[in-house]
Design a protein around this ligand. Structure first.
Ligand code: ASP
Length: 327
């Protein structure tokens, strides 16, 4: 199969009009299967792992899970799994979700001691009649399933937490400095879609706080008739907007992925303004892939990057457009 990526100019080809300059307005990025997308700069690394499986004919589900696991087991990634920033009590709690082309889904939230949160979400999907397990119940299930447990607080994340305790000022962060939730979307050579989202959530959050990542429809959604969407950023705002499912519905109604993401980023902005909040303090980022291999992203603020890998152009980092900027 000849794989390629091209930019299809739909209509006028005007420049981004304040929506970020990454793409001309109306430009649709396309690829052919297999393909994998991952959030943030780290996504180049998770893509590589996922791609190894995809390029050998592996399933999208296995591929995205393998990528997520790389981040989760990396003690130097402070936003996911082992070494993730703890909550304000010094406890690392993880959230993850997974969904496949058959509307199958699994979620875990408030998970302690088990770094492979996304694999556990998959186990919920495959080995329970439920969709979401939280806290102690999730941990108990993990042990029953033979998952390895460990202290997730590394010396580096503990040190950062102790530094934070000196002021204990809680200002949920807005960008790459404070967020690195890994969202991966994949389509395999058979055209099957899958997605995963995994995070340690907002650094120094309240114990028990859960964001958008393990909430299917907010942090992640996969619809085999339309495409797949993952979100990262300020979980509360993504949940408030019903983020990922809303992007899917935009694509279902005919919007290209970037435009569908843009409209939901606009929705987040509108809701912030409605509530009298300063958009400068928030971030919400959406990344989407259609079942036909079109992909795109858009964020509230500048700074959201995502990585795309396919056979045509290899693995590359893209800057998402945005709908609001301080400047
Ligand atoms: N969305 C995540 C949360 O709110 C944070 C992130 O994307 O880094 O928990």
């Amino acid at each position: 199969m000849k794989r390629r990526e091209f930019i299809k100019m739909q209509g006028q080809g005007l420049l981004g009009l304040g929506l970020g300059m990454a793409w001309p307005l109306g430009a649709v990025a396309e690829s052919t299967k297999p393909i994998v997308l991952s959030t943030w700069d780290y996504g180049l690394r998770t893509n590589d792992v996922a791609w190894r499986l995809l390029s050998e004919g592996g399933s999208a589900l296995d591929a995205v899970l393998a990528g997520a696991e790389l981040a989760e087991m990396d003690p130097d990634n402070a936003y996911v799994g082992l070494g993730g920033f703890p909550d304000r009590d010094g406890i690392v709690t993880l959230d993850a979700s997974v969904m496949d082309h058959g509307y199958n889904m699994g979620m875990v939230a408030g998970l302690e001691q088990v770094p492979r949160a996304s694999a556990l979400a998959r186990a919920v999907m495959e080995h329970t009649p439920h969709t979401l397990l939280v806290g102690d119940g999730a941990l108990q299930f993990a042990k029953e399933q033979g998952f390895e447990t460990m202290n997730l607080l590394t010396p580096a994340s503990e040190k950062a937490w102790k530094r934070w305790l000196e002021t204990s000022r809680y200002q949920p962060g807005v960008n790459v400095e404070n967020h690195d939730t890994m969202g991966l979307l994949g389509m395999d050579s058979q055209g099957r879609l899958a997605g995963v989202c995994t995070t340690s959530g907002m650094a120094y959050k309240m114990h028990g706080r859960v964001g958008d990542t393990p909430i299917i429809g907010s942090g992640l959604y996969v619809d085999p008739e339309v495409g797949a969407v993952a979100a990262t950023g300020h979980g509360e705002e993504i949940v408030r907007a019903g983020g990922s499912l809303l992007v899917v519905e935009g694509m279902r109604s005919g919007l290209d992925p970037e435009e569908a993401c843009r409209q939901v980023a606009q929705r987040v902005l509108k809701q912030l303004r409605h509530r009298g909040k300063d958009p400068a303090l928030y971030q919400a980022c959406f990344m989407a892939l259609t079942k036909n291999g079109q992909y795109g992203a858009c964020a509230l603020q500048p700074g959201f990057t995502y990585a795309v890998q396919d056979a045509g152009q290899g693995n590359r980092l893209r800057q998402a457009p945005h709908v609001w900027s301080k400047l």
